[in-house]
Design a protein. Structure first.
Length: 146
């Protein structure tokens, strides 16, 4: 199994596509993880639909994040790859979630989350934590623009 972190950013899209190609080459499952924060997701949902319906329960927020993850992954990967893809969204710290899931994986794949020409060469805090704490091989994939 290959584990990839996905948050929708350009580096995460590049990491997802690279991980899907690698999983297909190895003939293994691809687990796409999305860690989320309740306050941030509530703010996003409320900004989309307004306050008229009130604040949704946490279970609805979780279902919305999971559904968005599945939709985004399906839109980014070729249809023939989706049979071997599993998506999992959870309210968790991204680095902890990735390191834990990566402990049972053949490979952990992540994007650097750098911004701009210089910053894109650096690792973000989640990426750095994964590289330092993972017990399995980690691949950091930069987006093509980097």
């Amino acid at each position: 199994m290959i584990v990839v972190g996905f948050d929708g950013s350009a580096p995460a899209v590049a990491a997802l596509r690279w991980a899907a190609d690698e999983a297909a080459l190895r003939g293994v499952e691809l687990l796409v993880l999305r860690a989320w924060d309740l306050a941030q997701e509530l703010a996003a949902i409320l900004s989309e639909r307004g306050m008229a319906d009130g604040v949704p329960p946490e279970t609805e927020v979780a279902a919305t994040v999971q559904s968005r993850l599945e939709h985004d992954v399906a839109a980014l990967l070729p249809a023939e790859r989706l049979a071997a893809v599993r998506c999992q969204a959870a309210e968790a710290h991204p680095a902890a979630m990735l390191v834990e899931a990566g402990a049972d994986a053949d490979l952990l794949v992540i994007g650097p989350r750098g911004r701009g020409r210089v910053a894109s060469l650096l690792l973000g805090s989640v990426t750095l934590a994964c590289v330092q704490q993972a017990t399995r091989p980690v691949v950091v994939v930069h987006s093509p623009e980097d």
